[in-house]
Design a protein around this ligand. Structure first.
Ligand code: SF4
Ligand code: SF4
Length: 428
């Protein structure tokens, strides 16, 4: 089976009503932030030391391997040092601890960028401001735009994961930043057309977006079906331009950027501020009062959950991101990083998996065209030769195979393990 054959798109209950329209909470007077120094396995250079005084937007660390990504202070105050805490990779990882002085002073070096900036100036600005994909991937944005092969820019406002409403909330709050950011991305991409993709069920937002971009030439708002995983870039790209690619969208002349990333670019252009705060959806049946929360980068998940009334059950599962593509963390000391958009808390239910019915549902619904049940079985049998043929590395960990399985088998988890086994084998 190849990509995008079969149903592989399904409407799933979004539970968005839990946070879509209630008050936006704001983290204020936080004592300390813990800025995670985690970007895959990349080495991060720390540029501050214990006792240094910093302001919001001061550069405090920098990724310096084949990509360059600066990291900035999210509050003003004193650097207390480096602390190891669990990060989303579940490993104890370095975090820069800043004691908040409560003044929220901004760095004197916050440079802005006007709307007349050239393509090269915008790309250099994305790099200088450490802009990364805010849809969960955290990939450095400037890298995508260093091309002259882009014909179509897609701004992805689909937000298809259940529970998450932070993109939609950001769009409502920061329309000016969104417009500025989208127009700058359009110019930086050199594309001929820009599509702003949004679910057709977002009836309130669509007219607002149409109004926002009514004077922007070649920018079109494109409603797309409310199915999962429509927000995945392969699916939204296929929906809009009917093309498939192997590794990257630019192979078919396309760049896809998340709507919140565009908002962050627009904000940086207009105010000079890099990503120092995020809107995070805190939702799920394991938290008492789900809300969107605006917080500084480096805020512990525990702080967000407490602001939302705390846990609603003794045993919960805390997920960084949404329930389909997010990853469970084992400690709520994990903090909000640059790409964090949600913390989902679910009541723990012991699930007794049944025998595989060989129903083929997981195969039919896999958006990557894989055979999850066979990958799972080959992994359990340690049959590496068979695994190689089944291409587990193409899995995007969308969670659909587990969601769809009538026997409640943790198929996605087994495919994840198979991916790890293949990665380890490749390293040898
Ligand atoms: S988690 Fe992976 S294997 Fe399962 S449906 Fe999604 S892409 Fe396919
Ligand atoms: S969906 Fe579940 S029961 Fe059906 S084939 Fe896949 S693993 Fe087996």
């Amino acid at each position: 089976m190849s990509f995008l054959i079969g149903p592989m798109r399904k409407h799933i209950n979004g539970h968005k009503e839990l946070t879509a329209h209630n008050e936006l909470l704001k983290v204020e007077n936080i004592d300390k932030v813990y800025i995670p120094l985690v970007m895959g396995n990349a080495k991060i250079d720390v540029l501050v030391k214990e006792g240094d005084l910093v302001k919001i937007g001061d550069k405090i660390a920098e990724r310096n391997d084949h990509f360059n990504v600066p990291i900035f202070a999210s509050v003003s105050g004193k650097v207390l040092g480096i602390e190891k805490r669990q990060a989303t990779n579940l490993r104890p990882s370095d975090h820069i601890v800043i004691e908040n002085d409560g003044k929220y002073e901004k760095s004197a070096s916050l440079s802005t960028l006007g709307p007349d900036a050239s393509k090269d100036e915008i790309i250099a600005f994305m790099k200088e401001k450490g802009l990364v994909g805010c849809g969960g991937a955290g990939f450095p944005t400037y890298v995508k735009y260093q091309t002259d092969k882009c014909e179509t820019l897609i701004i992805n406002a689909v937000e298809c994961e259940p529970y998450i409403t932070s993109d939609a909330r950001g769009i409502v709050l920061y329309k000016e930043y969104l417009k500025e950011g989208v127009l700058a991305m359009f110019k930086a991409s050199s594309a001929k057309v820009c599509y702003v993709a949004i679910k057709e069920t977002k009836k309130d937002l669509i007219p607002e977006l149409v109004e926002l971009f009514k004077d922007a030439q070649n920018v079109e708002v494109k409603p797309v079906p409310d199915v999962y995983p429509m927000g995945w870039e392969r699916t939204v790209l296929y929906e809009l331009i009917h093309k498939r690619y192997d590794k990257l969208p630019i192979e078919v002349g396309c760049i896809v950027s998340n709507a919140t990333t565009a908002i962050m670019l627009g904000k940086a252009m207009m105010t000079g501020e890099p990503i120092t705060e995020k809107i995070v959806t805190v939702s799920g049946d394991g938290v008492k009062e789900p809300h969107n929360v605006l917080c500084p980068v480096g805020t512990p998940y525990k702080t967000l959950i407490d602001m939302c009334g705390g846990y609603s059950a003794e045993e919960v599962e805390v997920i960084s991101g949404g329930p389909m593509m997010g990853g469970a963390v084992t400690k709520d000391e994990v903090t909000v990083g640059l790409a964090c958009n949600a913390v989902t808390v679910l009541k723990y239910h012991k699930v007794e998996a049944l025998k595989c019915l060989r129903c083929g549902q997981c195969v039919e619904h896999c958006p990557s065209g894989l055979e999850p049940v066979n990958i799972s079985n080959a992994y359990k049998a340690n049959d590496i030769d068979r695994l190689e043929k089944l291409r587990p590395m193409d899995c995007i960990e969308c969670g659909m195979c587990t969601y769809i399985c009538p026997s409640k088998i943790e198929v996605t988890e087994n495919v994840r393990k198979a991916k790890r086994a293949m990665a380890l084998r490749a390293k040898k």
